[in-house]
Design a protein around this ligand. Structure first.
Ligand code: KG4
Ligand code: ZN
Length: 388
């Protein structure tokens, strides 16, 4: 039970509460620790509505996890603890601000690996309490969903395809806090499928870039692989069966020489590009039906968006549909804290428009936190227990 007296005692002192409506600008510290990047950033929104990333510090733990071919939650949480204070200090210093001159602290409160989320959110709560600033608990997916407004000033509504190591979903983004999930993977995330394919073929981690490099010299027709869920209506996706099909083909062709590995990678990449392309086409159709008067925009985010074949496919699909493709810079598409600070700013701005303020100090860390609370649960939900 939450004791209301304790909550109100913890709330921001009303005398010192920043008046967002009258504020000339908003400066927010963002903290991100939900997977294997420890990140802190400061973003400022000018009074004229122009955003500035004042600092964007990221420390990747990829080297710590490489030997295991995937992220190990316990190692991730410990690594966040050991560096987060210095990452935050660096972000403040680089931005030329202090806890006294920022307006709020925003941190990822989920979904993600719970140990890491606890480290980031508790650090943010402590900082917000000490500085007497509001805390904004941000949904990591909301950070990804709103990034295109920070980088490209995209107006609502738009369609988002989020494809990373932890998430694969289509979202209709209609406003701050207004997200409709149109489709999602029912098992593995696409980045996870790239990573597992790389692992079983003996390629390096993270697997996406390694598979793409090998595919460049491969023949996509040598190993016919399934194109999962294409024969079914709807926008949901599935990649677990495809990964098994790669394994079966690899066993049949064993021992694999370098050319066979390249051919398998090329076939895998062709299959996922075809699936992503067709599902994007269908998602755009749904968007146009929902918003017939809006010029359709497809925003693509997440590490897998770096893949050239997938990018080309999305380019073709959007051009054919008369839509615009927006891909924020790679550094903002993968996990970072600028998107968390920005989501905090968006939440504060939206609240101020309604004459409200935001302070989430009583929010608990959440390993699972769907953006669209109305969407039905999936059978599986991507990487188990991680960023699903
Ligand atoms: O967004 P991200 O950096 O972190 C997560 O939130 O997961 O995405 C990482 C994922 C990894 O699974 C990685 O293999 C994949 O993105 N990835 C790629 C490429 N570059 C990174 N997948 C396919 N092709 C690439 N070029
Ligand atoms: Zn992410």
């Amino acid at each position: 039970m939450i004791d209301p007296d304790v909550v109100s005692a913890n709330a921001v002192d009303p005398e010192n509460r920043p008046d967002f409506k009258a504020a000339t600008s908003l400066t927010v510290l963002g903290i991100e620790t939900s997977c294997d990047e420890t990140a802190a950033a400061v973003v400022r929104l000018d009074a004229d509505g122009t955003p500035h990333i004042l600092s964007d510090v990221i420390r990747s733990q990829a080297d710590e996890h490489a030997a295991f071919g995937g992220v190990v939650p316990e190692i991730a949480a410990r690594a966040h603890i050991s560096v987060l204070d210095r990452i935050v200090a660096a972000a403040l210093e680089e931005a030329g601000v202090t806890f006294e001159t920022i307006d709020a602290v925003a941190a990822t409160a989920g979904p993600g690996l719970i140990g890491g989320v606890i480290v980031g959110l508790m650090t943010a709560k402590a900082a917000a309490l000490a500085a007497n600033r509001p805390l904004i608990a941000v949904n990591h997916l909301e950070g990804h969903a709103l990034t295109a407004r920070l980088s490209d000033d995209v107006a609502f509504p738009y369609l988002l395809l989020l494809v990373s190591g932890g998430h694969t979903q289509f979202l209709l983004v209609e406003g701050v806090g207004a997200y409709r999930r149109l489709g999602s993977t029912i098992d593995d995330a696409l980045g996870e499928a790239f990573d597992k394919t790389a692992k079983l073929l003996g390629l390096a981690y993270p697997g996406g870039p390694a598979v793409e490099a090998a595919a460049a010299t491969g023949d996509a027709r040598r190993f016919p692989l399934p194109r999962p869920m294409l024969d079914r209506p709807g926008i949901d996706l599935s990649f677990a069966g495809l990964k098994t099909a790669v394994r079966t083909a690899a066993h049949r062709a064993a021992p694999l020489d370098a050319q066979a590995v390249s051919d398998l990678c090329a076939s895998f990449q062709a299959s996922v590009s075809a699936v992503i392309g067709e599902k994007s086409r269908r998602a755009l159709e749904v968007f146009v039906k929902a918003h017939p008067d809006v010029a359709p925009v497809l925003v693509v985010a997440g590490g897998v968006a770096a893949n050239s074949e997938i990018r080309e496919k999305l380019d073709t699909v959007t051009r054919t549909a008369g839509a615009r493709l927006v891909a924020p810079p790679h550094r903002l598409c993968t996990d970072n804290a600028a998107m968390i600070a920005w989501a905090g700013i968006e939440r504060m701005r939206a609240a101020a428009d309604n004459g409200e303020t935001v302070d989430d100090r009583d929010v608990s860390p959440r390993p699972r936190w769907p953006l669209d609370a109305n969407a039905a649960g999936m059978i599986g939900s991507g990487r188990k227990g991680a960023k699903a």
